[in-house]
Design a protein around this ligand. Structure first.
Ligand code: MF3
Ligand code: CO
Length: 253
């Protein structure tokens, strides 16, 4: 069942999403060579708790951390550990918060240091732009698959590939609600979108092939060919003209 949220509920989802936005923004200059995932995880947890919220991922199906920290060939769900980042790495950080019973969820891929390959920088730019292409489609009267259709078309036009195994999702009083939002597929399928539906749209894009596998820890998703992968995610609300982003730090309409 897909829920249409009231203004009051959307404000709550915006508040939790705003807390996540603040963290991802604050981390921008903390993601440097030598820092560890565990250090970044602690900063994120402290910030969430200081805002009267709680980490949404910690304890979710047994997940151990506040953030997902997925470096280079790791696609998503990497568990932060004591290993350091190096110049030239990229790292995707995904974070969720819950406050007053409502969730926010957002992710972005950061570059580490200054020696990022041109192809990898392009991967990041295209993945971020593909998220905005998807958000544009999140308008009343469209169908849920119109989002993924446009994302896929955009990403593949640059020769990159879309991960199939993981999808975006409805969000609200649960972290994962209906509908599922694949980042690929045909247009015009699935639930009809209506203003007030809250969605987390999250394209995962690989530099090489689309195939992925899960590591021994049961969480970390990696590209099969070992090439880098990027991930950008926003929590949005479906509008008449397109999606409105709730995880961008704006607290007014
Ligand atoms: N943004 C991811 C998602 O929506 C993060 C989930 S991590 C988990 O699935 F640990 F909570 F599963
Ligand atoms: Co999500």
């Amino acid at each position: 069942m897909v829920t249409i949220r009231s203004k009051r509920e959307i404000a709550k989802i915006r508040e939790s999403s705003g807390i996540v936005y603040q963290i991802l923004d604050f981390l921008e200059d903390k993601i440097v060579p030598g820092v560890t995932g565990k250090e970044i995880d602690s900063l994120a947890e402290e910030h969430i708790r200081s805002q009267g919220a709680e980490p949404a991922f910690k304890g979710y199906l047994g997940y151990p951390s506040t953030i997902c920290f997925s470096k280079n060939e790791k696609v998503v769900h990497g568990i932060p550990d004591g290993r350091t980042l190096d110049d030239g790495d990229i790292v995707s950080i995904d974070c969720g918060a819950i406050k007053d019973g409502y969730y926010g969820d957002s992710a972005k891929t950061y570059t580490v240091g200054s020696s990022i390959g041109e192809d990898v920088q392009k991967l990041l730019d295209v993945t971020e732009r593909s998220l905005y292409v998807g958000i544009e489609q999140a308008k009343s009267g469209n169908h849920v698959s119109d989002i993924g259709y446009k994302i896929q078309e955009y990403v593949e036009s640059f020769g990159f590939s879309i991960v199939r195994e993981l999808v975006g999702h409805g969000i609200g009083t649960q972290l994962h609600e209906d509908p599922q939002i694949p980042n690929y597929g045909d247009a015009g399928q699935g639930v009809e979108l209506k203003a007030g539906m809250c969605l987390a749209i999250e394209p995962m894009v690989n530099l090489g092939g689309k195939e992925v596998y899960t590591e021994q820890d049961g969480w970390t998703i990696c590209t099969r060919d070992g090439k880098p992968s990027a991930h950008f995610e926003h929590t949005i609300v479906v509008g008449e003209e397109g999606g409105r982003i709730l995880s961008n730090g704006f607290f007014d309409d």
